[in-house]
Design a protein around this ligand. Structure first.
Ligand code: SF4
Length: 360
């Protein structure tokens, strides 16, 4: 179904390879003050559990750049420092040990500043993402192209690239984000024609969970299916974990990431006696971690049903079925009623069953 992946250069962001056939990686971004290291580490850990590969943190001041030193030591994911305008923040972030930068070299105060950043980034093999947004394009390009068109976005990105190349720096990835889908698609397609640097896909200001998921899935899914894109971030007005969840599911849908748990659940109705949604989500989250640690483990089909009226019939095709009663679940394996237990134990019991049984 997908077009062959476009051949791009390979860069390395800490342990994560990007481009030239490497698996498409999923990124997200901190939704807290970067100086609040406890909250930040919680967000990173929760994102890692969901299958995140790279975690980005906004660095608006020196205190945040310095606070990242402790976070880098404890983070299970490589960190990218997101910096605007002030190259000293990039230098301090690199000193703290971040694996990469997002910074636009054309906006950081001239050639000396670019040289200083490159001189620090090169020895630590920290790649730089150039991220062009429709809302912050150079004035001359807006005039030349009559607005923030796809051509203007791409020309701006390639200008920034040229500044790094002039300093003999090539560990680059690029994003060109517009808030509407048509321009985003056009800009990435054009960029993919004009450069072989790996591309970071995203749709800026994508929106709240439902709207943002739909827009991002359509835009990023279209590009990925065309073979364009080496790393993705789903931007949502929501938690980092939910951004990751959507990104991972999108890659799975396109066959670009190994499948996750196979969980179906009933839509619930007036007969529902248990919290089907919470249990189904908890099973998915627990199995996400289990399959990451045991990638070759079998993936039995699991059904979570809200009541005994239709539950057994609807769950007949499942390998493992949870059938709700009054605050309790019955566990059926291959259609056989095995055991009943309180709702609070349901998710853990299912995961135990996945571990225990030799599924065929
Ligand atoms: Fe309703 Fe029961 Fe069907 Fe769920 S399984 S939708 S609770 S009838």
């Amino acid at each position: 179904m997908n077009a062959p992946r476009k051949v791009t250069r390979r860069i390395q962001l800490g342990p994560v390879a990007i481009g030239n056939g490497a698996p498409v990686s999923v990124q997200t971004m901190a939704k807290c003050d970067g100086r609040d290291t406890a909250t930040l580490l919680n967000q990173i850990a929760a994102s890692a559990e969901m299958g995140c590969d790279i975690f980005r943190v906004a660095v608006p001041d020196l205190a945040t750049a310095e606070a990242l030193a402790e976070v880098v030591k404890k983070s299970p994911l490589p960190l990218v420092a997101d910096i605007h305008f002030d190259h000293r923040l990039a230098l301090a972030s690199l000193k703290s040990g971040v694996a990469g930068l997002r910074i636009n070299p054309g906006n950081i105060g001239g050639r000396d500043a670019i040289r200083a950043v490159v001189a620090e980034a090169k020895p630590c093999h920290a790649p730089i993402r150039i991220g062009v947004n429709g809302g912050s394009l150079e004035k001359d390009l807006l005039e030349k192209h009559g607005g923030a068109t796809a051509e203007a976005l791409v020309e701006s990105a390639l200008r920034h690239v040229a500044l790094l190349e002039a300093e003999d720096f090539f560990d680059i990835k690029i994003s060109v984000k517009a808030s509407d889908i048509t321009r985003t698609l056009a800009a990435y397609r054009l960029l993919a024609e004009r450069t072989d640097y790996p591309l970071h896909l995203g749709l800026t200001e994508a929106g709240t969970f439902l709207a943002g998921t739909m827009r991002s899935t359509f835009a990023l899914g279209t590009l990925l299916a065309e073979g364009i894109g080496d790393t993705i971030r789903i931007s949502l007005t929501d938690t980092p974990e939910r951004e990751v969840r959507v990104g991972v599911e999108l890659l799975r849908m396109l066959g670009l990431r190994s499948p996750g748990a196979s969980v179906t659940s009933c839509p619930t109705c007036g007969r529902t006696q248990v919290d089907v949604r919470r249990i189904a989500e908890e099973i998915e989250a627990r199995l996400e971690k289990f399959y990451r640690e045991n990638p070759n483990a079998p993936r039995p089909h699991i059904a979570v049903m809200g009541c005994r009226v239709n539950g057994p019939g609807e769950a007949r095709d499942a390998d493992i079925a949870l059938i709700g009663g009054s605050g309790r679940f019955a566990l059926c394996v291959k259609g056989e009623n095995v055991v009943a237990f309180p709702e609070s134990e349901a998710a853990a019991r299912v995961v135990d069953e996945v571990r225990r049984v030799q599924w065929k």
